[in-house]
Every structure is written in structure tokens, then in C-alpha cells.
Design a protein around this ligand. Sequence first.
Ligand SMILES: NC(=O)c1ccc[n+]([C@@H]2O[C@H](COP(=O)([O-])OP(=O)(O)OC[C@H]3O[C@@H](n4cnc5c(N)ncnc54)[C@H](O)[C@@H]3O)[C@@H](O)[C@H]2O)c1
Length: 280
Amino acid sequence: MATGRTHRPATRSRGIPEATVARLPLYLRALTGLSERSVPTVSSEELAAAAGVNSAKLRKDFSYLGSYGTRGVGYDVEYLVYQISRELGLTQDWPVVIVGIGNLGAALANYGGFASRGFRVAALIDADPAMAGRPVAGIPVRHSDQLEEIVRDNGVSIGVIATPAGAAQQVCDRLVAAGITSILNFAPTVLTVPDGVDVRKVDLSIELQILAFHEQRKAGEDVPDVPPPPPTTVAQDGAAPADDEAPAPAQAPAADDGQAPAARRDRKGPDDELPAVMPA
Ligand SMILES: NC(=O)c1ccc[n+]([C@@H]2O[C@H](COP(=O)([O-])OP(=O)(O)OC[C@H]3O[C@@H](n4cnc5c(N)ncnc54)[C@H](O)[C@@H]3O)[C@@H](O)[C@H]2O)c1
């Protein structure tokens, strides 16, 4: 058994590193914007700036796709949209179920960005009998008693969990037993899943806490170059800090992806993976 992270090797079987995979949606979003404005070609520098990454890293990423651009012309926008979409598996339809249709689940159901990216909401599921049959975003909510049947009948492989944290593991177990192999978890809890099941988690409060950390620094605290040793207080989660959890240095060495060091640190989640944050 493994816990709530993306259970993939660092390098996928087709030789594309996981970090590159995590940047492909950023390129795709920037390229889609260019495509909508009928821009035919784009240089690596322009595209890198639009995607918020370093241009050398972008060229390296695209080399994994076999896309090298044309000197003096750049990359063909439409072809790159196709190539990245294909690589991400977006050229096929992905039926998705959302479990937990409260405030968040209903907002997700109403989010138009799923369908436009090929993620069709096949069903909305909730445990509250009073919600059964009630339409949300035009889709009638189904009772969770039918979860297994819904997953099977719709050939669903991606489940979104938007239940309270206390229900999330049980919902996850049922989704996995029903055949789901990818889970997007919004509940603030770490899920345990068998090998072969991918879990991505979204936690906006963690992002806000990281922003609060930087706001505090911007507020003019005089942070020394070499911070003092951590005080012997108890960490927020109640656990004493581990020996290897040294505080981030005030001046981190230059990032190899060309981003500001703080920005690069911030993109790591608490379990050292890139947090999955919904595209705006
Ligand atoms: N990740 C984020 O950034 C983020 C942001 C907001 C909320 N959340 C989390 O999302 C979850 C939902 O938040 P909310 O405000 O929509 O809560 P909510 O109380 O409005 O909705 C929860 C829904 O889940 C249903 N539910 C409970 N147990 C269930 C089960 N076993 N099977 C199916 N449905 C079940 C309830 O009937 C309810 O409709 C919470 O865990 C919350 O902490 C995460």
C-alpha cells in the first residue's frame, strides 16, 4: 500500500520525466491562448514567458516530445497543441465522477473547464438521500449506494473526492474497488491507495499558508542570512520537526529552472511533490 501521492516512477515508460509531465499543462494553457488568438508560431522564449518557465527547460521538455521547432520561426502553435494534448491523453474522452456534492462538489460540477479539456462529468454522487435526483449543473445527483454501478456502467477511471475528510478514505476505497485508478482529492486528508492508483491532491489552504509565509517576510522582517536553529517547539501537526527538516535558507542557491528560488520551493507540496492546482 502506498499513501496519497502520484504513484508513478520519476521517469515514465515512454521516457518523459514526471517534472516535464507536470509542466505540459502549463505549456498547453499558454498555447491554447495563442491558438485562440490565431497566432501561428511562437518562439521558445515567448512561450516560456507565457507559461512561466525557463526557456532552456522548455526546449528540453519539448525535446522529449520530439518537437524541436524551426530556427528563426519557432514552434508551430497548432501542432504543439495537438502534440501535448495527445501526450497528456486529452485527445480522448475521460468520464469523471465527482463524489460529495456540497459547496465544492457543486462548484466543480459547474466548472466549464473540465468539459473543454475532455473531462466529461459522467455522474455526481452524494450520500445525502435528500440530494438524490436533484440536478446540479444540469446533472441529477445519484445516491452513493449506486457508486460501484455508476463507475462500472460509465467506464469511469477518474474520481474526484469532495467529501468531508472523515469520509474520504472510505469513498476512495469504494472508488478503487469499483475500478477507478486515478483520484483527484480535495479533502484535507492523506489517502491510502494500492499500487497502480494515482492520487493528486488539491489544497488551497496550503497554498494560502505559503503565501502568508512570504507576506510575513515582505512585511519587513529582517531575516538573517543564516537562520538560527529551530526552536524546540511542536510542529503544527503536533509532531516534533524531523532532524532533516532544516529551515529554508534566506538566500537559496539559484534554481536550475530559472524561477526565483522561493517560487520554486513553493511549488512543492508537503510530501515533496508538485501540488495539483486547478487551472484558472
Ligand atoms: N482542497 C481545497 O482547496 C478545498 C477547498 C474547499 C473545501 N475543501 C474540502 O472539500 C470537502 C468538501 O467541502 P464542502 O465545503 O463542499 O463541504 P459540504 O459539507 O458542503 O459538502 C460535502 C458533501 O459531501 C457529502 N458526503 C459526505 N459523506 C459522503 C460519502 N461518504 N459519500 C458521498 N458523499 C458524502 C455530503 O452529503 C455533502 O453534500 C471538505 O473536505 C473540505 O475540507 C477543499
